[in-house]
Write a protein that binds this ligand. Structure first.
Ligand SMILES: [Zn+2]
Length: 125
């Protein structure tokens, strides 16, 4: 399971909303807690590019950072399933996809093999 504070998710969702209809991509920072991954922060990848239908960043430019648990990107179409390209460009342990409507927490997360991971939004403010 992925645990993410609502407040952190909301900020990420706001960023996606502000860039709609372009895709955004961010790095998810956090820690492993037993079998769960707790996302505590997100940040912009260096040299990331967003566009209509794609959002990427050069992974070889990243410093080795073991607090990076994976990535989150938006699907402005609202479809929360990963594309083949998404799975081929997987970075880290988890991939989160967020999409409109951006009014309430809405996201899906996946393992590298495409298997879905449940997300729990923590109500902590
Ligand atoms: Zn995608």
């Amino acid at each position: 399971m992925i645990l993410i504070d609502k407040k952190i998710f909301k900020a990420m969702q706001e960023f996606a909303k502000n860039n709609h209809p372009n895709e955004i991509i961010v790095l998810l920072r956090g820690k492993r807690e037993n079998d769960n991954i707790h996302i505590t922060d997100w940040l912009l990848p260096p040299f990331g590019t967003g566009g209509n239908g794609f959002a990427t960043f050069p992974t070889h430019m990243l410093p080795i950072d073991f607090t990076i648990m994976g990535t989150a990107h938006s699907h402005p179409s609202g479809r929360l399933t990963p594309s083949t390209m998404d799975l081929n460009n997987f970075y880290g342990r988890v991939m989160m996809i967020i999409g409109p409507p951006y009014e309430k927490p809405r996201a899906a997360a996946y393992h590298k093999n495409g298997e879905q991971i449940p997300i729990r939004f923590s109500p902590r403010q």
